[in-house]
Design a protein around this ligand. Structure first.
Ligand code: ACO
Ligand SMILES: O=CC(=O)O
Ligand code: MG
Length: 535
């Protein structure tokens, strides 16, 4: 228990090895200052999200470019800040959770940037949150080398990737830190602890405090982040404009506000990223009750080349380059395999994905695994030639309308029984892993994380709600989905054996995919109920 000047602050989580080095009174005080300044605005913006979504879902409000910010979009004169040290060349970025082994492996992967993830790839147990901070703290100070019990040595090499931390989104709370009995925003905890401990060290070492900002739904949320940055820099005496943020455009509403988001953050903005998985999730969620024209086919058929996804990525490149910001591509879910045939297919799929992005003008892209760094690098090396990026490729040929972004029917395709079963199977396996503390997992040769699991459960909900016909003419009813769920549970249980959390995964799936209402996120209630016993 800490007493700041005016607040009662409780740090309630179990204490682990060296946690006190992160949870110092000064660091907690810094988080309290952020909370004091921004908790109210955060909750107003979350209310605004709810209202907007209800209006969208009821058909009361159409989605389009905002009339009130037209001047920002039309003004050709403003640009974002210059690239900061270590962020000029972002041709390959590796993403992943912040456990100790992965931290060293990511830094050594040969990627230019490591997205150190507290979001989609992390199950936010208290241990993962604070241990992740410790690993970053040690990595930044080059104090992380270790040897496993089996004798394998992990040593950070001479040219480690630039670290860009991704705090959790605005929708999540951290229940283990409470101010006056109220849980603190998880975004402010992840950002605040990382910035407080590391900003000065990073600058002294020729890098800087850099962030990826996830799941924004509007430019007002970007404005909130910008104000967080201004306060944080002021508090620590760090020059204004030192922070750099790359914003994930991964909601359908943010796709209509790309210019505005860059504008709000312009003195701190480094770029935008096309976060395809949450984007698909957001499209399904917002138009889940809009009828057949908004029903997406089996997940495997929603590729990046279907017209409405292509429109989104091309608009992103055009918007970024007009403003001098980097456009970063997203994550192909294919990962290396020990099976040579599966491996060759995965590498080829990733190559095609990166070739499309590099050809479209992206400045770099994400990979999920060190084994994919070479293919991404090779593709971007070829297109970039001697340049560090493609900022000069303005893509003025791109014209994207609101109709293009909303032309969900352009995906075509069909819904199959195999597709429904695959979603259920993957969701059960992923939620089981997440409950066990693993936030990204290899399932059926694909990378799965919180965003892809959200797609899996939302699709099932949407298909039932719309009485979708499977390819054999059968209508997907709730009863049929329950039959599939029971079958898949039995099969996954047989496969995984003892010691799983499958009963809880089943309950979470039932609540978030088969209920009357579609919950906004599966992670919010699952976190409160299963990842913490604090009420
Ligand atoms: C929608 C989005 O937000 S995408 C971004 C969020 N998702 C992610 O970041 C996923 C990141 N990727 C991963 O977590 C992993 O690659 C997985 C879970 C998909 C597969 O992991 P594994 O099954 O452990 O892969 P595999 O056994 O092939 O790993 C081989 C080695 O590579 C390392 N490795 C694998 N992926 C990564 C990574 N992303 N970063 C660092 N090291 C990695 C493993 O630690 C392992 O190292 P070791 O030999 O020292 O033990
Ligand atoms: O965060 C990335 C995504 O695709 O979602
Ligand atoms: Mg995401």
């Amino acid at each position: 228990m800490f007493d700041s000047l005016t607040h009662r602050v409780e740090v309630a989580g179990p204490t682990g090895d060296r946690f006190a080095e992160i949870l110092t009174p000064a660091a907690i005080d810094f988080v309290v200052k952020l909370d004091n300044a921004f908790a109210g605005r955060r909750s107003e913006l979350l209310d605004a999200r709810r209202t907007r979504r209800e209006k969208l879902q009821s058909g009361e409000q159409p989605l389009g470019f905002l009339p009130e910010t037209q001047a920002v979009r039309n003004d050709p004169t403003w640009r974002v800040a210059e690239s900061a040290p270590g962020l000029e060349d972002r041709r390959v970025e590796i993403t992943g959770p912040t456990d100790r082994r992965m931290t060293v492996n990511a830094l050594n992967s040969g990627a230019k940037v490591w997205l150190a993830d507290f979001e989609d790839a992390t199950s936010p147990t208290w241990h993962n949150v604070i241990d992740g901070q410790l690993n970053l703290f040690d990595a930044i100070r080059r104090n992380i080398d270790f040897t496993t019990e089996a004798g394998k040595r992990y040593v950070v090499g001479d040219e480690p990737a630039t670290i860009v931390a991704r705090p959790r989104g605005w929708h999540l709370v951290e229940k283990h830190i409470r101010i006056d009995g109220r849980p603190v925003s998880a975004s402010l905890v992840d950002f605040g602890l990382y910035f407080f401990h590391n900003a000065r060290q990073l600058i002294a070492r020729g890098s800087g405090p850099y962030f990826y900002l996830p799941k924004l739904e509007s430019h007002l949320e970007a404005r909130l982040w910008n104000d967080v940055f201004l306060l944080a820099q002021r508090e620590l005496g760090i020059p204004r404009g030192t922070i750099r943020a790359t914003v994930l455009i991964e909601t359908i509403t943010a796709a209509f506000e790309m210019d505005e988001i860059l504008y709000e953050l312009r003195e701190h903005a480094a770029g935008l990223n096309a976060g395809r998985w949450d984007y698909i999730f957001s499209v399904i969620k917002n138009f889940s009750s809009h009828g057949a024209d908004f029903v997406l086919p089996d997940r495997a058929q929603v590729t990046m080349t279907v017209p409405f996804m292509r429109a989104y990525t091309e608009l992103l490149v055009r918007t970024c380059h007009k403003r001098g910001a980097h456009a970063i591509g997203g994550m192909a879910a294919f990962i290396p395999s020990r099976d040579p045939e599966v491996n060759a297919t995965a590498l080829e799929k990733v190559r095609q994905d990166k070739e499309r992005e590099a050809g479209d003008g992206f400045d770099g892209s994400w990979v999920a695994h060190p084994g994919l760094v070479p293919v991404c690098r090779e593709v971007f090396d070829t297109v970039l030639g001697g340049w560090p990026n493609q900022l000069g490729k303005l893509r003025e040929d791109v014209e994207v309308t609101a109709e293009d972004l909303l032309d969900v029917a352009s995906a075509g395709g069909e819904v199959t029984e195999a597709g429904v079963r695959a979603n259920i199977n993957v969701a059960l396996r992923y939620i089981d892993a997440w409950l066990g503390g693993t936030g990204a997992a290899a399932i059926h040769n694909l990378m799965e994380d919180a965003a892809t699991a959200e797609i899996a459960r939302c699709q099932v909900w949407q298909w039932i709600r719309n009485g979708t016909k499977l390819e054999d003419g059968t209508v997907l009813t709730r009863e049929l989905a329950v039959e599939f769920l029971d079958d898949e549970l039995a099969s996954v249980r047989a496969d995984l054996g003892e010691g799983t959390r499958l009963d809880d995964a089943y309950a979470i799936f039932t609540e978030t995919a088969l209920g009357e209402k579609l919950p906004s996120f599966l992670t919010t209630s699952a976190y409160a109920r299963y990842l913490t016993d604090l009420r």
